[in-house]
Write a protein of this length. Structure first.
Length: 269
């Protein structure tokens, strides 16, 4: 899902639709056009999409023989992933190199708290669910507060129910599915000292990811471009030994190379 721009500098998103159903030639032409226009492409993809989408992306990257396509599938729920994609779109307007921008995705995931309110956890396989919670899923009217990232949490929603949130100031975004509840806005947001609350449409993959359409998905995030830029530029940068692009971290997001293992030296004397 492509969220609306956060500010006037946010770069527009390009949505690649029906990748597993459209002719391969059409996908190749579209990706080649993006590379020709922008130089590098960062594809942010949910792990809830059909497996055929991921296969098609790898096929396109292989056929184009391009190391200018980064495929990024972070372990985030769909709404959190949409927020991360928008943050990368914000940073794309800055003076960051393609490798640093693409690498920034891994860094920024640490500052996103993502979860949902669910009417049932019977089909939830993204977060550990105990037998008691499974049993209570069948009680009419039960609702559960779940955190999937950064650390799994699950509670049955009651007046005293709490979830651990971020220890820094952030905004909260929520997307309503087929569930009626004001718990996020009335209880969770104040408990987490959210600086503000906004709403968005529910991503198409949310029901699949959470195992039910009766949900309200939410996440917290850093909205200010200046803060995001400072976070990214404060991290030590390196150069990929294989393709030569600037990166953050120990794996190149474009060619997937990792730093070479230092050769062991035999002591002398």
């Amino acid at each position: 899902m492509a969220l609306p721009a956060q500010d006037e500098r946010t770069v527009p998103a390009v949505v690649l639709k029906d990748l597993d159903r459209q002719p391969l030639e059409q996908t190749l032409d579209a990706m080649k056009a993006l590379i020709d226009q922008h130089g590098h492409v960062v594809v942010v993809c949910s792990d809830a999409v059909p497996s055929g989408v991921e296969r098609r992306l790898h096929t396109v990257r292989s056929l184009l023989e391009s190391d200018r396509i980064a495929l990024f599938r972070p372990d985030l729920p769909p709404l959190g992933l949409a927020v991360l994609a928008r943050q990368l779109r914000q940073l794309a307007s800055c003076d960051l190199s393609p490798g640093v921008l693409a690498s920034a995705g891994r860094l920024l995931t640490h500052y996103i708290h993502a979860g949902a309110v669910l009417a049932s956890v019977a089909r939830l396989d993204r977060v550990p669910v105990g037998l008691k919670a499974h049993a209570k899923s069948w009680v009419p009217g039960s609702q559960f507060g779940v955190i999937a990232h950064p650390e799994p949490q699950l509670v049955r929603i009651r007046p005293e129910a709490t979830l651990t949130g971020p220890d820094f100031g952030s905004w909260m975004l929520l997307a309503k599915g087929q569930l009626q509840s004001d718990w996020v806005g009335s209880t969770l947001a104040p408990a987490w000292n959210a600086l503000g609350l906004r709403e968005a449409g529910l991503p198409a993959e949310s029901a699949t990811w959470w195992g039910t359409g009766k949900l309200i998905e939410f996440c917290t995030y850093l909205p200010d471009l200046s803060v995001l830029y400072q976070l990214v530029t404060s991290v030590r940068q390196g150069v990929c030994h294989w393709c030569g692009i600037d990166v953050i971290g120990d794996r190149c997001v474009f060619c997937s190379a990792t730093p070479p293992v230092p050769e062991s030296r035999t002591p002398t004397g």
